[in-house]
Design a protein around this ligand. Structure first.
Ligand SMILES: [Mn+2]
Length: 308
C-alpha cells in the first residue's frame, strides 16, 4: 500500500519528520517501511532551504524500489532550463530571463549551476513519468485529462516519462503537445470572457483562471475559479462555455499536488485528493501525505501531515 506525499519544494526537514511520523526509518542512506511505499507527487525543488537533500531522499527511495514519483512543473522547468536550444545558440528551452531565473535561483545556488550534481539531478528528473495509472489509483501533478494524455502518448515512453526528442516539442508554446503537458503539470486554466481580467495578489493583471477542472457541471467562471477566497469577487459570475472542463470519471481515486491549499487537509471530492498544503509558503504551511489503504472513496482520516 502507498503513502502519497505532496509538493516538498526543498523542505527536507519536514519530509524526514513526515516519513518518521508514518513509520519509515532511514537505513543505509534510504528511507524505508516494512509494508509501505511512497508515491511522490512532484515539485521536489525550488523555494525551500534543503533542495539537494530533498532530491537525494526521494531519488534514493525511487532507485531502491521504496517509492514511485511523478514529475512536477518545477522539475519540468528545471530540465528545460538546462537543455540548450539547438536552433538558437546560446539559448535554452526555458529562457534564462530574469523572471525564470528568480523562480529557480534558490535551486541553482544550492545545487551549483552546471555542476556534476546539477547534471545528475537533471538526468533523474528526466526519468520521472508525467502521470501514473496504477491498478487501484491514479497520480498526476495537477490535472488528469484523458484527451491531453492521448495527445502526449507519442511523446512518452511506456513507463510514462518523456522520450528524449519530446523536450523540444513540449516546451515550445503553440503546439497541442505543449498545451497538453502544461495542463497535466500546471492544471487547466481557462481564459476569461473577452476583455475581462482580474488582479491577483501581487496586483498582476490576469486573463486566465485556474479551474476546479474536476467539476462535472459547467457553471460560472467564479464557481470554477481556483483562487484565494479574498479574490473570488473579482472573478465574473458568467457562464463558462459548455464542454470546457474534462471533469473526472471517478473510476479510481486520484491524487494531485500543485494547488497551494490551506486549512485542514481533506479530500476535494469523494475521489480526488490534493496533497499540496503550501509547505513553502511565506508564513506557515504543512507537508501533507495520504495513507492509502486500497479504498475507492477517499477519507479525511487518512491524511497525515507535519507543520513547517
Ligand atoms: Mn506545482
Amino acid at each position: 500500500m502507498y503513502d502519497l506525499i505532496g509538493d516538498i519544494h526543498g523542505h527536507a526537514d519536514e519530509l524526514k519528520a513526515l516519513l518518521t511520523k508514518m513509520g519509515y526509518r532511514q537505513e543505509q542512506e534510504c528511507w524505508r517501511h516494512s509494508q509501505r511505499q511512497v508515491i511522490f507527487l512532484g515539485d521536489f525543488v525550488d523555494r525551500g532551504p534543503r533542495q539537494v537533500e530533498t532530491v537525494a531522499i526521494a531519488r534514493a527511495m525511487v532507485e531502491q524500489g521504496r517509492a514511485l514519483a511523478v514529475m512536477g512543473n518545477h522539475e519540468f522547468n528545471a530540465v528545460a532550463w538546462a537543455i540548450p536550444h539547438t536552433q538558437r545558440p546560446g539559448n535554452y528551452l526555458r529562457p534564462h530571463n530574469t523572471k525564470n531565473r528568480s523562480q529557480h535561483r534558490a535551486y541553482l545556488e544550492q545545487v551549483g549551476e552546471g555542476s556534476p550534481l546539477h547534471r545528475e539531478h537533471i538526468a533523474w528528473f528526466k526519468t520521472l513519468p508525467l502521470y501514473l495509472e496504477l491498478p487501484g489509483l491514479r497520480v498526476v501533478h495537477a490535472c488528469w485529462h484523458p484527451q491531453h494524455m492521448a495527445v502526449l502518448a507519442p511523446w512518452l515512453e511506456r513507463q510514462g516519462c518523456m522520450l528524449p526528442d519530446a523536450w523540444v516539442t513540449l516546451t515550445i508554446p503553440g503546439t497541442a503537445a505543449f498545451a497538453a503537458a502544461e495542463t497535466l503539470l500546471k492544471g487547466l486554466e481557462i481564459e476569461l470572457p473577452e476583455g475581462r481580467l482580474f488582479h491577483d495578489k501581487d496586483n498582476h493583471p490576469r486573463r486566465h483562471i485556474r479551474t476546479r477542472w474536476w467539476s462535472n457541471q459547467a457553471r460560472t467562471y467564479r464557481d470554477l475559479a481556483l483562487v484565494p477566497a479574498e479574490m473570488m469577487e473579482r472573478i465574473p459570475h458568467e457562464s463558462v462555455p459548455v464542454g470546457i472542463l474534462p471533469g473526472y470519471d471517478g473510476q479510481k481515486p486520484l491524487f494531485v499536488g500543485h494547488y497551494w491549499l490551506n486549512g485542514t487537509p481533506a479530500p476535494l471530492t469523494e475521489h480526488i485528493a490534493c496533497l499540496d498544503y503550501s509547505v513553502a509558503a511565506k508564513h506557515s504551511g504543512k507537508l501533507c501525505a495520504y495513507r492509502w489503504q486500497g479504498e475507492h472513496r477517499l477519507q479525511a482520516e487518512h491524511f497525515c501531515w507535519v507543520e513547517r
